[in-house]
Structure formats: structure tokens, C-alpha cells
Design a protein around this ligand. Structure first.
Ligand SMILES: C[S@@+](CC[C@H](N)C(=O)[O-])C[C@H]1O[C@@H](n2cnc3c(N)ncnc32)[C@H](O)[C@@H]1O
Length: 318
């Protein structure tokens, strides 16, 4: 079978079984799957992104043959994708902040809008927080893409090795999640980027597994992209049908974990200069503001993402 024939087979499988959501992108999905199958021995890896071939490379080779093994892999991926499974789960990786992270069905697929958390974290570390004994704590670490990106970006912007950054006692990195399976993925990513000795992962809910840590630090940066979707909100099949419920939903109004984090901040951070950066739903501003006022916080802003939606809380205190 040639690549051209494989394309036809893929389009046929998709047109027979793809959901309406996918009908508009059949050609692209088929081509990306074929590209993945043909190149996976070279590019099916995570880590720093290497220059790779694109769809024009595929179109220059339409009459070349595919092996039986490639045909079987492609068929299985066509079927999974046509049933709505996100592309990132098929290829076990997703790009975030310029790097490829390993993902599995046990973690949320990193979203581009969450890169704002990393950008603001770096700005806060540079301008607001103490340059020594700073704890960077992520609540709801998932694949680890956020905390690992912060660490790697700090290293590259300062021209330091990870040992120089962390051994000097300047920074400590801790990631928490309620899902052991998510922590396993985060650890794999940390090890892939060779920072596993410098990020500690803890199992538990929000601040609970780390209560005794804060006294050792002079400043604390808490970052979080918590689950914030309401219980009855309809989600597209690719999200609601495949991504972990615990990473998406948080009680009746989607505010349970946001409230737990804001509520736990004061007793966690006693006198340290503290910044909380937290992603939230674009329509949750007034409810989040209500929680902040109730807890006695007054120094905060809501930041907009590239689409102009208020997606992030930035809170400072002490
Ligand atoms: C929206 S995902 C974010 C994952 C990753 N940080 C990212 O941005 O791609 C939320 C994560 O929070 C975790 N989580 C849910 N409830 C939690 C809780 N009470 N305490 C800590 N983590 C929680 C989920 O398991 C999930 O990994």
C-alpha cells in the first residue's frame, strides 16, 4: 500500500465513524497520523523539540510504500482519533512552552492559555519575590508542565545549571496532586528533563501534604491551574469523554478547589512574602472576588489571556 492509499483508507474510516466535531478536520487528522506513524522512530519522543518534517514532506512522497506495521499502527490511530480521542493522547505528548511533555490519559493535556501562568511566575520571581529561599509550589501539578517549565526557563534565562539554581538554596520546587497516576507522569517528565532531583512531588489535597514547609522560606510563589468546571457544564467529547474528571470538575459551580486554595493560603504562608497565581474559568471573576473578599484579601488583579478573557488571578500578601 502507498501513502496515497493509506490517506484514502484513513479518510474512509473517519467519514464512517467520526463524530460531527471531527468531520471538518478529517484531512488534517489523517495526514498528521500518517506523519506520526512514518516518523515516530525519529520524532516520537518528548523533551526538547527537534526540527521535524511537516505535511509538505508527506505530500512529496505520496507514491512511496508503507510497511505492514505502519499500516496496522495507522489503522489503530485512525479508529481511536475518529472516536474523538485527543491527538495528544494518541501520540503521548503535547507541546507546552516550547517543549514536548509526556502525557497519558491520567493527566490533563497542557493548554496554550496556561502558558500565561509560567510567564507571570517568571516575572514575579524576577521582580517581586526574594532572590533567596523562595519556594515555588504548584497545586494540581498534573503532567508537571507548569512547574518544570518555570524551572527550566529560570535556568536558561539565568545561564545556570539546575544544580546551581537549587543547590544555592535560592529556590525549592514542590508539586502537589491528589492523583498518584498524575504524579507518576510528572516524575517521568522531570526525569526526562533531568530535573527530577530538584522537584519534589507530593500526594495529597492542596496544602495538606506540605503544611510544615513554609517556615523555611522567605518568599513563596504558589501557582495553580486547578479543576474549575462546574458539575453540570457540557464539555466537548474530546475533553469530557477522555480527560480525567478530577482534573476538570470541582463541585457544583466549579469553585471548590479554588476556594480551598484561597482558604488555605493564610495558614500556609505565615509571614513570608507570597504571590498566588491561579488560572480560573473566564466567567468566574465575580465569584472568585467574593471568596477573596470574604477571606480578607485586598491586593489582587485579574489578568486577561490573549483572547482578552479574564483567566488568571494574581494575589499578593504579607
Ligand atoms: C486542570 S489540571 C492541571 C494540570 C497541570 N498543572 C496543567 O496545567 O496542565 C488540575 C490538576 O489538579 C489535580 N487536583 C484536583 N483536585 C486536587 C486537589 N484537591 N489537590 C491537589 N490537586 C488536585 C488534578 O488531579 C489535576 O492533575
Amino acid at each position: 500500500m502507498t501513502i496515497r492509499e493509506l490517506q484514502r483508507l484513513g479518510r474512509q474510516i473517519f467519514s464512517e465513524s467520526a463524530s460531527r466535531e471531527l468531520q471538518n478536520t478529517i484531512h488534517l487528522d489523517v495526514d498528521l497520523i500518517i506523519l506520526e506513524v512514518l516518523l515516530s522512530p525519529n520524532m516520537g519522543s518528548c523533551g526538547e523539540i527537534a526540527p521535524s518534517k511537516d505535511i509538505s514532506w508527506l505530500y512529496a512522497r505520496l507514491d512511496e510504500p508503507v510497511s505492514d506495521k505502519q499500516l496496522q499502527s495507522a489503522k489503530s490511530l485512525f479508529l481511536r482519533r475518529s472516536r474523538g480521542e485527543p491527538f495528544a493522547y494518541l501520540i503521548s505528548r503535547k507541546e507546552f512552552f516550547g517543549r514536548n511533555f509526556l502525557v497519558s490519559k491520567n493527566v490533563l493535556i497542557p493548554r496554550p492559555e496556561t502558558e500565561l501562568l509560567v510567564e507571570r511566575a517568571l516575572e514575579n520571581i524576577d521582580c517581586i519575590l526574594e532572590k533567596r529561599h523562595c519556594l515555588v509550589l504548584e497545586l494540581g501539578v498534573g503532567s508537571g508542565c507548569v512547574i518544570i517549565s518555570i524551572l527550566l526557563e529560570l535556568m536558561s534565562r539565568r545561564g545556570l545549571s539546575v544544580g546551581e539554581l537549587c543547590n544555592s538554596n535560592a529556590y525549592s520546587f514542590v508539586g502537589v496532586d491528589v492523583s498518584q497516576k498524575a504524579i507518576d507522569v510528572a516524575r517521568q517528565n522531570a526525569s526526562m528533563f533531568k530535573v527530577d532531583k530538584f522537584v519534589e512531588f507530593k500526594l495529597g489535597s492542596c496544602f495538606e501534604p506540605i503544611e510544615s514547609l513554609s517556615a523555611r522560606f522567605s518568599s513563596i510563589l504558589v501557582v495553580s491551574n486547578p479543576p474549575y468546571i462546574a458539575l453540570d457544564e457540557q464539555l466537548p467529547l474530546s475533553v469530557g469523554g477522555f480527560e480525567p474528571e478530577v482534573a476538570l470538575r470541582a463541585g457544583k459551580e466549579g469553585l471548590d478547589i479554588i476556594a480551598e486554595i484561597i482558604g488555605g493560603l493564610r495558614s500556609f504562608s505565615l509571614k513570608e512574602k507570597t504571590v498566588l497565581l491561579m488560572e480560573m474559568g473566564y466567567s468566574q471573576r465575580s465569584q472568585v472576588e467574593g471568596i477573596l473578599v470574604e477571606k480578607g484579601f485586598d491586593d489582587f488583579d485579574f489578568l486577561k489571556d490573549l483572547a482578552g478573557l479574564e483567566r488568571m488571578l494574581e494575589l499578593r500578601f504579607n
